[in-house]
Design a protein around this ligand. Structure first.
Ligand code: CUA
Length: 334
């Protein structure tokens, strides 16, 4: 009928807005395809129910008045209650479960003969800590960027540092809560090298919406190279071995070192690790592009750019010092 068709067209129109690097309707891995398949089936099923109910409803307007005995009334009512109220819902929900449960099972990180890469992601207000415990040569730690190998399953072990956050890479699969004191696991796979948007998906305070992340899937070789360049000694050499930025390093040790790690200089864990900051594509957990001068701009205006973030304002630090700090941090590019 026309109402159903109108609604379907309207829904189709709305869905054209669902493109981009965070679209669940554009899956880029098996887990995401499973999730979106469930979504389409539910949508189809819901549409059929809507059309049927609407048809019945319209039919009641057209139906001729008939007089029945009370006994007949009761018989018809009972038929509707048993058929429409019990049998139909039980049958349809059972069918949906039979379809959905195995799909959900496939998303669980069950043991594999060839154990997948593990990447740990820790949600903080309002940024992401990312750890690679399996890196050859020792654990690698970064923040606000996630590099993963493409074309193979990757197990994400997630937790929260302060409140509950949720890790969600819509094009790769379902979201999973990051709960303090608990490690949740999800297995995702990217078909091919690409960059995907990720978003905190559990309200976690004022800057929840600004808790974003770019996930970059790369070839296995590139992944290994990327990790090797981020071994502590490599990063330390990067941070310490240039004479040009002595004053910036000094300022860093005074103002930043207690909260931020720069390999070779400090081991703060309150705020994001900055050891390879210059190599990232974005700043402030995905809110601004990394370009020349961006770090200085962030240092000067971060409370305007992301109000309420846990880094104290830097009004007490001279502009020239912030500029030299920003310029130095941008050189930290393995
Ligand atoms: Cu973290 Cu919302």
């Amino acid at each position: 009928n026309s109402l159903g068709i109108t609604l379907a067209l309207l829904a189709g129109l709305l869905l054209t807005g669902c493109a981009g690097d965070k679209s669940i309707l554009d899956p880029a891995g098996q887990a995401a395809r499973d999730v979106v398949m469930i979504w389409w089936v539910m949508l189809g099923f819901g549409t059929v129910v809507l059309v049927l109910v609407t048809a019945f409803w319209l039919y009641t307007f057209k139906r001729k008045e008939v007089t029945r005995t009370p006994a007949d009334e009761r018989k018809i009512a009972r038929r509707w209650i048993i058929g429409g109220g019990i049998v139909l819902p039980v049958a349809s929900i059972t069918a949906l479960l039979a379809f959905g449960v195995p799909t959900g099972q496939r998303l669980l990180p069950l043991p594999l003969a060839d154990p997948p890469e593990v990447i740990e992601v820790i949600g903080h207000q309002w940024w992401w800590e990312v750890r690679y415990p399996g890196a050859e040569g020792g654990e690698v730690v970064t923040a606000n960027q996630l590099i993963m190998p493409a074309g193979e399953p990757v197990d994400f072990h997630v937790t929260g540092a302060d409140v509950i956050h949720a890790f969600w890479v819509p094009r790769l699969g379902g979201k999973i809560d990051m709960v303090p004191g608990r490690v949740n696991k999800i297995r995702l796979e990217a078909d091919e090298p690409a960059v995907f948007g990720a978003q905190c998906a559990e309200f976690c305070g004022a800057q929840h919406a600004q808790m974003q992340l770019y996930v970059e899937a790369v070839e296995r070789d590139d992944y290994e190279t990327w990790l090797a360049a981020r071994q502590t000694e490599q990063l330390a050499a990067l941070a310490v071995n240039d004479q040009q930025h002595d004053s910036a390093r000094e300022a860093f040790m005074t103002h930043c070192a207690s909260c931020h790690r720069v390999a070779g200089l400090s081991s703060g864990r309150e705020g994001p690790d900055l050891s390879d900051l210059g190599s990232r594509t974005s700043l402030g957990a995905g809110i601004m592009a990394m370009e020349e001068g961006a770090v200085t701009r962030w240092l000067q205006h971060h409370q305007d750019l992301k109000p309420g973030n846990k880094m104290p304002p830097h009004d007490d630090i001279e502009t020239a010092t912030l500029e030299s700090l920003g310029a130095w941090l941008e050189t930290l590019t393995p």
